[in-house]
Design a protein around this ligand. Structure first.
Ligand code: ADP
Length: 290
């Protein structure tokens, strides 16, 4: 057994009962933030994420986010079995999703199921709990208007972090904030939609029967275009995805022109997580919209 997690059997017993016996623990690659483990037991395999005890709040938020998506989304979403701490570590225990080859119309299904998920609406933008995007705090305090939510809870929150991380100078901050007054004319009015919140290819795995399975969400009720914009930030998904999404959730004309505005948020997140190499891309977008 992997030495670091010797006490893990006790944690698993708390979640699954004393009859569970850990047979093997295998570290998995692919995660950006946490240690991921495949835990084989006499009751089948489980997927477990581990981090330091202080990160428990992050796992609780993921637990709630996955539970919400499982309730309202058509996607395969791993079942959440427990969220526990021991003296040193915090654990999120999930159903293990066996990888299978993608079905032929995988991307078409992906587009339709995302559209169906976006048809889940709330009265206000935000969510009843805060969560994390990567390892960064995400403030989901509710707001009536997308514009206010996007500027205050998303752009300004990350800008403040970039200021305290000394990643941006005063000139940049002044220019960046000029964008705020431009935003309100550009976003179509919509009802808040249930978003995965961090939908890039690394957070989609292929689940049972070759169907798309979503992991690692940063859920909230937001502008559906925000989610589509992010899918296009680093290369984009298959064309069948966009065609199928559009058919099931028609977007207003002009999306291509406003897409980069939404993507200022994930770019600021990347700036704060991974450093100054993301600054030039942000500056280019800002100067285009001013
Ligand atoms: P992190 O929070 O560190 O970014 P991820 O949630 O992305 O970790 O998980 C790391 C990797 O483990 C993923 O890229 C995926 O391949 C795999 N994975 C995630 N969840 C499951 C699951 N429930 N079953 C099987 N494999 C999973």
């Amino acid at each position: 057994m992997h030495n670091q997690y010797q006490n893990f059997s006790k944690v698993l017993e708390q979640v699954l009962g004393s009859a569970v016996k850990v047979e093997a623990i295998r570290p998995l690659s692919g995660g950006c933030i946490n240690n991921a483990l495949l835990v084989k037991t006499n009751q089948g395999p489980f997927f477990v994420k581990c981090n330091r005890r202080e990160k428990h709040d992050m796992f609780l938020a993921e637990y709630k986010g996955l539970s919400l998506l499982r309730k309202h989304s058509q996607f395969v979403i791993p079942a959440v079995l427990g969220c526990e701490v021991d003296a040193d570590n915090s654990y999120l225990i999930l159903e293990f999703i066996e990888h299978t080859p993608q079905v032929g119309n995988y991307w078409e299904i992906m587009g339709r199921q995302l559209a169906e998920q976006h048809h889940n609406h709330a009265d206000l933008f935000g969510l009843s709990h805060h969560n994390y995007i990567g390892s960064l705090f995400q403030d989901n305090s509710k707001k009536e208007h997308w514009n206010d939510f996007f500027i205050e809870n998303r752009l300004e929150a990350q800008l403040q972090l970039a200021i305290s991380n000394k990643l941006v100078d005063k000139k940049f901050v002044t220019e960046f904030r000029k964008i705020y007054s431009r935003c309100k004319d550009l976003f179509p009015a919509v009802k808040p939609s249930l978003l995965h919140g961090d939908l890039w290819s690394g957070n989609i795995i292929t689940g049972l029967d070759g169907m798309p399975c979503l992991i690692d969400p940063a859920v909230y009720y937001g502008h559906p275009e925000m989610e589509i914009a992010f899918t296009r930030l680093f290369g984009g998904f298959d064309a069948a995805f966009y065609a199928s999404y559009q058919e099931n959730y028609p977007m207003e004309a002009g999306f291509d022109q406003r897409m980069d505005l939404y993507n200022l948020y994930p770019l600021l997140v990347h700036l704060n997580l991974f450093g100054a190499s993301y600054l030039s891309g942000i500056k280019r977008i800002v100067s285009r919209f001013l």
